[in-house]
Design a protein around this ligand. Structure first.
Ligand code: BTN
Length: 319
């Protein structure tokens, strides 16, 4: 977005974590010091912590690793589009889909209207997490899309494990958990079909270094990679690893569907053999979670009978 060019240019300078005077920033961007001050206020609204000290200027609370095209790209896929600011990376690809090749992806530093499953908002402050979307033309059509969402959860776990994360779990259909707290989420959206193929946009959000200030906006326990790995993280490396893992998963999924992923799912299932409640709209059923079937539906044992459900949200039954 054109109006954000100056703000992004300021951030590139501040990303080193050092102080930069309003005057120097103004000269390099060819704007006044008061214009810089206004841009800084807007950047603070994007979720950035920026200090202002008289006589020194402005500095970020910590250095920022901005995503860089030569670091996140992967030779088997089109070069990812790197967006500074967008409403939602999923929406961006849905809007641009007609001009894109299957396999095109995008990352954003900041989403103004990041969205989660079931109409929720996905908190998306600037530069602190991963906001990623991938467009894929699924020749198998809509029938395969349900299972796809489970395979993608596994792809995200694989990427995170290869960076050192342990003890990750999946909550059906595709939330990624660590220690009972949500680390990442997946939102798959479909565009109108053409010629039998399904056009899907796969969105992934991973918390990398999310500030406690956002607690009030998130309605469930959450964690981030900084806590899971107990160290600062390289967002470019994570973005690149995620892209590779997504590609490998999509290649396998479009040939074999969900079948090769089912055993792996079982080992990651956070709710296997636990008593759960599955909420579908205003209806709820309670039973014992028995994993998934070959379409990706959840299996629940109710009064000794195993039933499958394709939609809904599960939670551990409160005693
Ligand atoms: C969820 O668990 O509720 C799904 C969260 C998905 C968030 C990602 S961030 C990148 C992509 N763009 C969006 O607007 N949402 C997804």
């Amino acid at each position: 977005m054109k109006e954000h060019v100056k703000k992004l240019a300021i951030l590139r300078q501040l990303s080193d974590g050092r102080f930069h005077s309003g005057e120097d920033l103004g000269v390099s961007l060819n704007v006044s010091r008061s214009a810089i001050s206004k841009h800084i206020s807007a950047l603070q609204e994007w979720g950035l912590v920026i200090y202002k000290i008289k006589g020194k200027g402005y500095s970020l609370s910590e250095p920022l690793e901005l995503l860089s095209p030569d670091k996140v790209g992967y030779e088997k896929l089109p070069i990812p589009i790197l967006l500074g600011v967008t409403d939602s990376t999923n929406q961006y690809l849905l809007d641009e889909m007609k001009t894109l090749k299957s396999g095109q992806s995008c990352f954003a530093e900041y989403q103004t209207s990041g969205r989660g499953r079931r109409g929720r908002t996905w908190v998306s402050p600037f530069g602190s997490n991963i906001y990623f979307s991938l467009y894929w033309k699924l020749e198998s059509g809509l029938a395969g899309a349900m299972g796809l969402s489970l395979a993608i959860g596994i792809a995200v776990v694989n990427a995170l494990e290869s960076l050192g994360c342990q003890d990750l779990k999946l909550k059906w259909p595709n939330d990624i958990y660590w220690n009972g707290k949500k680390l990442a989420g997946v939102l798959i959206e479909l565009s109108a079909q053409s010629g039998g193929a399904a056009h899907v946009v796969i969105g992934v959000g991973i918390n990398v270094d999310l500030d406690d200030r956002f607690n009030a906006e998130i309605d469930q326990p959450w964690t981030d990679l900084k806590e899971v790995l107990n160290k600062e993280n390289q967002r470019n490396k994570l973005a690149n690893t995620l892209l590779k893992s997504m590609h490998q998963t999509m290649e396998e999924f479009q040939i074999s569907g969900l079948r090769p992923f089912i055993e792996r799912w079982k080992t990651l299932d956070n709710f296997m053999d636990k008593t759960i409640t599955l909420q579908t709209g205003s209806n709820g059923v309670t039973g014992i979670c028995k994993g998934i079937d070959e379409q990706g539906a959840i299996l629940v044992e109710i009064n000794g009978e195993i039933l499958s459900f394709i939609g809904g949200e599960i939670s551990i039954k409160k005693e």
